[in-house]
Design a protein around this ligand. Structure first.
Ligand SMILES: [Zn+2]
Length: 359
């Protein structure tokens, strides 16, 4: 099982490119595993109505092409956004009028600048604070403090454990250790995932719900509370009876709770709210589109995970004991089940232990 920090570091796009290029054994454990070989590296798929999905590798966004212009959800990252802009110009000849962010992580909200001359950017109100770089001496988040064995307020390579120190782990650590002092500060960890130069700040922030009308079509933005992040937007396309979700809800693949921003039990409540929306199809930022029944499966999974880990903590079990005993076998048919299961039990344990006052 890879270390927490390695998996955590694996998400930023720059690192994904690095390990994809290295094609090492470790890459099978991350998003860099890539799409099956039969799939093209990039594609645009028609979902239904005016809704399309665009994809590079394992990162996707969607767009709605109306007669008066295009609404893009998640430009993802600069390389894909530049390619998408060319594709939209060639295929539709229409400007992008709106860019919506699912959340602030820079492998989903990156690259939107190419649309800035015609588009209005929209994000949840918590995006504003998440785009603020922490002070250089900002404390580690509660969950990161669990990893900080020597309590120096930083994460050293030894505390990252596992794969850090061998192969790409060392390179990955060095990449995020931008001041090259052998330790990752909160600000350096933030820079690896949030904001940075690739994420253009929204022009408009919303809090609970918002709607955009363009070319006779309406797109709804729903905040369903904290889950994978505290700034997550579910985008509903009523005419297409579809939703777009990123990271916290992926049909047929377990979500990951290895990230610093995971929230429990809020995540469960957020999934329950998504189930209340009126849709048939879920188009996720990762993996393949799915059905509402698969959304319900993910809700049940997170409920089961939360209750099993909570009961284990109440019974005084250790993190490793829970990883070894909470098997979640009802979900063994989903993608990357074993890898995600172990990471989720571990992540849920750490979230619940490090933020005891919030449950
Ligand atoms: Zn994310």
């Amino acid at each position: 099982m890879p270390s927490k920090l390695t998996r955590f570091l694996a998400l930023p796009f720059a690192f994904i490119l690095t390990i994809a290029a290295m094609a090492s054994g470790f890459s099978t454990l991350t998003y860099a595993q890539g799409a099956p070989e039969a799939e093209p590296e990039r594609e645009i798929l028609h979902i239904n109505g005016d809704l399309y999905r665009f994809r590079q590798g394992r990162h996707s966004g969607v767009f709605l092409a109306t007669p008066e212009g295009i609404i893009v959800v998640d430009p993802t990252f600069p390389e894909q956004a530049a390619w998408l802009k060319n594709q939209l110009d060639e295929r539709f000849g229409l400007p992008v009028k709106y860019v919506i962010y699912s959340h602030t992580h820079n492998d989903h909200a990156g690259g939107g600048e190419v649309f800035a001359d015609t588009a209005i950017f929209i994000g949840h109100e918590n995006t504003r604070k998440n785009l603020q770089r922490p002070d250089d001496n900002a404390p580690l988040l509660p969950r990161e403090q669990l990893w900080d064995a020597n309590h120096d307020g930083m994460i050293q390579q030894s505390e990252a454990g596992g794969y850090i120190g061998v192969d790409q782990g060392e390179e990955a650590f060095a990449r995020f250790d931008t001041d090259d002092n052998g330790s990752l500060s909160r600000a350096e960890i933030w820079a690896a995932r949030f904001g940075g130069p690739t994420v253009r700040a929204p022009d408009i922030y919303y809090s609970e719900q918002a709607a955009i009308t363009l070319g006779g079509k309406t797109v709804e933005l729903h905040y369903t509370g904290r889950n994978h992040s505290d700034d997550m937007t579910v985008v509903l396309f009523p005419a297409e009876r579809a939703i777009y979700t990123a990271d916290f809800l992926t049909p047929n693949r377990l979500a990951w709770t290895v990230l610093d921003g995971g929230f429990l039990p809020d995540w469960v409540e957020s999934l329950q709210q998504v189930e209340q929306l009126d849709f048939d199809t879920i188009v996720p930022a990762h993996e393949s589109p799915g059905t509402k029944a698969q959304v319900s499966e993910q809700t049940r999974y997170m409920e089961d995970l939360y209750s099993a880990v909570s009961e284990g903590i109440a019974a005084g079990k250790s993190e490793q004991e829970l990883v070894d005993s909470i098997l979640m076998e009802d979900y063994s048919h989903v993608l990357e089940y074993e890898y995600s299961r172990a990471g989720n039990v571990s992540g849920a344990y750490e979230i619940l232990i490090s933020t005891p006052g919030e449950h």
